[in-house]
Design a protein around this ligand. Structure first.
Ligand SMILES: CC(C)(COP(=O)(O)OP(=O)(O)OC[C@H]1O[C@@H](n2cnc3c(N)ncnc32)[C@H](O)[C@@H]1OP(=O)(O)O)[C@@H](O)C(=O)NCCC(=O)NCCS
Length: 201
């Protein structure tokens, strides 16, 4: 019996919600030398948000330890930058070995919510996972976390409650030229936007 409700995800053909988000910042991969910006973002989350993000209480020391212990070869942090600060992030990590499974943790600071940032980060993280040959991605959250469940629903994921936790999983296709191009284009756009700001029309 499967633990999760697994959904086949083809991100290049399935923009269920608008691809663009109506926020002022930019999304790009975080570099390891920028890890303190990620820590600063997580430290700005209040106790309740940290509980939702980590499914357990985390004091400042535990948050620092989490960031310090990030495995940059087995994971990627995709960050949402506003004025040089990380205001939201998706941490994708995957198992080593022939068959790779991944997990994503998502956080958006309260003033930046409900603008599509969480959905945009999750979508980007799924594309990155696909391009790293991750076959299945799991999402875990507390059952009462309506916002997170809604975000995942934007990508067509279905949740299942088991052992007091909400769980969902996406089965990803193998990468193709389109998914690689998609990531490259998005990353370039993020770099340009974070260097020069959003285009003014
Ligand atoms: C979950 C979280 C990442 C969502 O970020 P976000 O940027 O607000 O996400 P989006 O704007 O893309 O979408 C949020 C959706 O949830 C809905 N939503 C927000 N709060 C809600 C609530 N209390 N009840 C029901 N729906 C809610 C929004 O209306 C929106 O749905 P819509 O676009 O269909 O209207 C953010 O709330 C967060 O960081 N929470 C704390 C950490 C956490 O819970 N992490 C998840 C576990 S890993």
């Amino acid at each position: 019996m499967e633990r999760f409700t697994t959904t086949d995800l083809d991100l290049t053909q399935e923009p269920g919600t608008p691809r663009a988000f109506s926020a002022e910042g930019s999304i790009r991969r975080l570099w390891p030398v920028e890890s303190r910006l990620f820590a600063a973002h997580l430290l700005r989350l209040d106790a309740e948000d940290r509980l939702l993000r980590f499914q357990g209480y985390r004091n400042d020391e535990a948050v620092d330890a989490y960031v310090e212990s990030l495995d940059w070869f087995g994971g990627v942090v995709i960050a949402y930058f506003v004025a040089g600060e990380v205001r939201a992030a998706a941490h994708l990590s995957w198992t080593r070995g022939l068959v790779r499974t991944g997990e994503i943790g998502l956080s958006v600071e309260a003033p930046f919510r409900r603008r599509g940032v969480g959905t945009a980060l999750l979508r980007r993280a799924m594309t990155v996972a696909r391009n790293r040959f991750v076959s299945d991605v799991e999402l875990l959250c507390m059952p009462e976390n309506a916002a997170m469940r809604r975000v995942a629903a934007h990508l067509g994921l279905k949740w299942k409650i088991a052992s007091g936790q909400a769980e969902a999983a996406a089965r990803l296709r193998w990468p193709d030229q389109l998914s690689v191009f998609d990531e490259m284009l998005a990353e370039t756009e993020g770099l340009v936007r974070s260097s020069f700001g959003p285009a003014k029309i």
